[in-house]
Write a protein that binds this ligand. Sequence first.
Ligand code: PMP
Length: 361
Amino acid sequence: MTEIAGLKERLIRPEIRGLQAYQVPDATGLIKLDAMENPYGWPDELKVEWFEVLRDLELNRYPDPGGRALQSALRESFGIPPEMALLLGNGSDELIQMLALTVTRPGRKVLSVDPGFVMYRMIALFAGMGYVGVPLRPDDFSLDLPAILEALALEEPALVYLAYPNNPTGNRFDADDMVRIIEASPGLVVIDEAYAPFTDSSFIPRLGRWPNLLVMRTVSKMGLAGLRLGYLVGAPEWLAEIDKTRLPYNINVLTQATAAFALRHKGVLDAQTRAIRAERDRLFGVLSGLDGVSPYASDANFILARLPRGRADKTFEGLKEKGVLVKNLSGAHPLLADCLRVTVGRREENDAFVAALRSLL
Ligand code: PMP
């Protein structure tokens, strides 16, 4: 074993040794409100129809390498402008990785805002790029535009990520500020619309206005997290280059067929999304009325809430003991001190969470 320790020291890149692997806690037996999943399943009739689709799949064959049928279904379902290209990823996580692999070079940087989605930073490090995180404004998690413009000029990042709405804060940034950032960026700007189903504003209609704008989406939050499917939308000139870093057959046979099937029944998912939005607003109202809890208004399917000083860790553990798993963000970033993030679940799950929280406060 000491031999391995020595070899490890020599072989493993120091920035990898310094990282913690992405942590996914065990949720067995718990009400799972930690990962922005849609809490609803499919009605039985829909499952039966889906099994029919699965029956005819040929698992002995490789999948369609570009996922052409699925691309058409995505274009139709989400109003992708015909002049824009699409690139599919095994989750949007994989697209973030492809983007990094496409532009990485010694000294190249990725810029985003903090607190933000952790994979922008982690994947930058995996790809040997530097990461610049510009802090959001502490009072309302809005963009600090002067600080970002200064960082853009100083660091000249090859890639900029803005999540719209942002994770883990749930707010949508000011669109005019975002335009200023797109216009001031020397590299590509990726607007990450993972939470698009829960808000009414998107940059997809603005694609083509700026040469460096790309929009990234995922089907995870709309109820298909298990499929692992994300898509990048942008000018064909960019996507043809990024596509070169894609592993062959990255979207498997089951995912291609199931996602296309689900999009043919998008009405079911849309109804679930509407229910989640209504529950989000109800849960926000309930949390606002709890003494000592300060929730932040959200355009996503989760709510960030601040607890009294020093109470987050104990409350998180207490919730778990009472059967509810949320995300403890206290300690993840100075601006998130005392904060927990709860994913909007079914009505009864949200009620169980509130009851447990109330009893712990
Ligand atoms: N972007 C943001 C802002 C996210 O919060 C997440 C998931 N937590 C992702 C991307 C990754 O989504 P996917 O499941 O498509 O990899």
